[in-house]
Design a protein around this ligand. Structure first.
Ligand code: SF4
Ligand code: SF4
Length: 98
């Protein structure tokens, strides 16, 4: 299996682990992951009681907020989001080149 690899500043090879999913059943909407991601991948979104996404303006409808992937293609695979998440919401994986 061949995976996409990168180089560190010291030219050591490393394998990025890209974000694949966020488990919304576990997410408490704390925003820690959002603060550490510098790639504009994540956004907090509101859910209603039925678990459907609603606009932030519809305050009466909002039951809770969860983190979502808005631009997963921007991810650089650093896994900082996963390391700060207190609820173990994240799934990451390397990019298979085969
Ligand atoms: S792995 Fe890094 S770049 Fe990707 S979503 Fe998490 S913090 Fe952002
Ligand atoms: S750090 Fe984890 S629990 Fe907090 S908003 Fe991000 S995914 Fe949700």
């Amino acid at each position: 299996m061949a995976y996409l690899t990168g180089l560190t500043l010291g030219k050591k090879t490393w394998t990025p682990e890209f974000v694949q999913a966020i488990d919304h059943t576990r997410c408490i909407g704390c925003g820690r992951c959002f603060k550490v991601c510098g790639q504009n991948v994540l956004l907090l979104k509101a859910l209603n009681e039925e678990g459907d996404f609603v606009d932030d303006e519809e305050e009466d409808e909002i039951e809770r907020k969860v983190m979502t992937l808005i631009q997963a293609e921007n991810c650089v695979g650093c896994q900082a989001c996963s390391r700060v998440c207190p609820k173990n919401c994240y799934t990451h994986g390397p990019l298979n080149l085969n």
